[in-house]
Ligand binder design. Structure first.
Ligand SMILES: [Fe+2]
Length: 370
């Protein structure tokens, strides 16, 4: 797919997750990791856990939670906002007598991103919106641990945590080396209960990250190797039978991690900016929004487009259609603005003069294809 041995135009001094632990049942080791962090101190640990597990329970009892720790269940109906991050940070400042020894995110992209953002805010001060952009975080956050329970977003390995600022409409993360997790625990047992369509939408986020990255102009050979392997694993999972078998869930968990590493060395492309537009203006969640955007991506990614729809058909997944057909001119204007604001990925995909290609009319035509 790629010929990349000499490419070196991406992020050159890339940061990876410091430690990872992988394997069925690996979540049991969380207790030991936190005990090590705590040492002889009385500092609490903070756990952000997807509210799904408040109702259904985790496959293993969480022995990691001690008496003075704080467990906060995260509602994942809406994607994170800067206001929500600020609120959570303020709440923790009030209840924690000491600086937490660790902050743990157990859940999907939303929960993992909230964990990263709150960790950074607790040590950097100020508000979440002060750090939306590239390399604005000044000092390391609280030691952060991710335990993903769905695979694909790569939030466990990227250097960003996406959030929307409701007043400016800006959907942008804290892109920083300090946003990268210090420890991740990849336990494929945790994705057993994910719903069929959601498993597909989220898994395809990894595929799309790498397809965009491999078609961009900011590349490096290591990022390309991560991307190639991610795409290979996604093909095994989504063009094979039983996409949620034990083996395939394990493969997709690896694909998600590697896909996150890939975009930590590079940028995404056209799909993610359009997807951000759908999230900001219509409130559509990231991963399903990506899949909707793929309806209109044949002109930019002909090969990826063909393969994506082959996977959709093979897995019998429903992708929403026609969602931009009845929008007002004002909504189309907002969609355009919240798409073209994503300069780095659009320059990566289309060049410095991307606005000559993505005119207001062209963007509307693309949204109407969705
Ligand atoms: Fe994504």
């Amino acid at each position: 797919m790629t010929n990349t041995s000499v490419l070196n135009t991406g992020i050159r001094n890339a940061r990876n997750v410091s430690r990872y632990l992988y394997g069925q049942g690996a979540i049991v080791d969380l207790a030991g990791i936190i005990a090590n962090r705590r040492g002889t101190s009385t500092a609490p640990a903070v756990f952000f856990i997807d509210s799904f597990f408040e109702l259904h329970g985790l496959p293993q009892k969480l022995d990691a939670v001690a008496h003075d720790d704080h467990v906060i269940y995260v509602d994942t109906i809406n994607e994170p906002t800067t206001d929500q991050i600020n609120l959570l940070k303020n709440q923790l400042v009030k209840v924690c007598k000491e600086t937490p020894c660790a902050i743990v995110g157990i859940g999907g992209g939303i929960t993992m991103d909230i964990t990263k953002a709150v960790s950074n805010l607790l040590t950097n001060g100020g508000n979440a919106e002060d750090y939306q952009g590239w390399d604005l975080v000044k000092v390391p956050g609280i030691f952060k641990i991710a335990v993903p329970t769905i695979s694909g977003t790569g939030a466990e390995s990227t250097r960003t945590c996406v959030m929307t600022n409701p007043s400016s409409g800006l959907k942008l993360g804290m892109n920083s080396d300090f946003t990268v997790y210090d420890q991740i625990i990849l336990d494929p047992d945790l994705t057993r209960t994910v719903l069929h369509n959601q498993y597909f939408y989220t898994g395809m986020d990894a595929y799309i990250h790498c397809m965009e990255s491999l078609n961009g102009s900011y590349r490096n050979a290591i990022g390309d190797a991560y991307s190639d392997q991610t795409i290979r694993l996604c093909r095994d999972v989504f063009l094979g039978d039983a996409m949620m078998s034990d083996e395939n869930r394990a493969k997709l968990m690896v694909a998600s991690y590697l896909g996150g590493c890939a975009i930590a060395t590079s940028y995404v492309g056209v799909v993610h900016p359009f997807s951000a537009g759908l999230s900001v203006v219509l409130g559509i969640h990231h991963c399903v929004a990506n899949c909707i955007v793929m309806r209109a991506m044949e002109q930019f990614y002909p090969e990826g487009y063909r393969e994506f729809w082959q996977m959709v058909e093979y897995q019998g997944v429903a992708i929403p259609e026609g969602i931009c057909r009845d929008l007002t001119d004002e909504q189309h204007d907002r969609l355009y603005e919240s798409t073209v604001i994503h300069q780095k990925p659009l320059i990566n995909a289309l060049g410095e003069n991307y606005k000559d290609i993505l005119t207001r009319e062209k963007a509307k035509e693309i949204f109407l294809k969705m």
